[in-house]
Design a protein around this ligand. Structure first.
Ligand SMILES: Cc1cc2nc3c(=O)[nH]c(=O)nc-3n(C[C@H](O)[C@H](O)[C@H](O)COP(=O)(O)O)c2cc1C
Length: 192
């Protein structure tokens, strides 16, 4: 499953995602992957309203994310590519993160442990204007929600300093390192 958080279809984070998926396909040998892609801006999911219905039953009263939840729960791995906006995610991606509150409530109010059976590794690809940005606040937000969604952030590739010129080769190297770690977590047998 791939999720893009930025509005610019040809932006740095979009190119990182493309590079990641191409590299993943190249490195996977005879194993092939199928991708389900979600563009947070195009999806336009409704924000969580903290109605607390998910404390009483599993799921969400807003029915706009049913396909997303199905893919999120069944994916072999998840790749999230996003720009950093004010140390965090652009609003539409933050909506998706907040909507995962249904799993927090399934875990702590409905006693589902874990709320999602399948473990899925996550690769996080970020782009930021400031060369000193580390994307750590956004990564921290993901780690928090991953504690209840049976995911683990296995790699974080960052291209910082896009306000100025970025070394493209350095950037691609960061992404390819991430692919290796992701592949090892997703299918340990195919890297042998
Ligand atoms: C609303 C907004 C907020 C931003 N906040 C930050 C920030 O906190 N730190 C940073 O380094 N860059 C920030 N940026 C710059 C973007 O992260 C940077 O331009 C990035 O390369 C955009 O990603 P994209 O090329 O994938 O669209 C911000 C840009 C916008 C539009």
């Amino acid at each position: 499953m791939t999720i893009s958080g930025g509005p610019r279809k040809d932006g740095t984070s979009a190119r990182m995602l493309q590079c990641f998926t191409e590299s993943l396909l190249r490195s996977s040998g005879e194993h092939s992957f199928a991708f389900r892609h979600y563009d947070a801006y195009d999806c336009g999911f409704a924000p969580c309203t903290d109605c607390r219905a998910c404390r009483r039953f599993e799921g969400c009263v807003h029915r706009d994310m049913e396909d997303f939840w199905r893919d999120f729960e069944n994916a072999d791995g998840i790749v999230i590519a996003s720009p950093i906006y004010n140390l965090s995610f652009p609003a539409p991606l933050k909506v998706i993160v907040d909507r995962m509150q249904r799993y927090y409530n399934a875990r702590f109010f409905l006693g589902k442990k874990p709320p999602i059976e399948k473990f899925r590794p996550v690769a996080f690809l970020t782009a930021a204007g400031n060369p000193r940005e580390d994307g750590e606040m956004a990564a921290q937000q993901l780690r928090r929600i991953f504690t209840v969604t049976h995911c683990e952030l296995v790699c974080h590739a960052m291209i910082a300093g896009t306000d100025e010129t970025v070394e493209e080769t350095e950037a691609l190297f960061a992404v390819s390192n991430c692919v290796e770690k992701f592949l090892l977590s997703i299918k340990p047998d195919i890297t042998k």
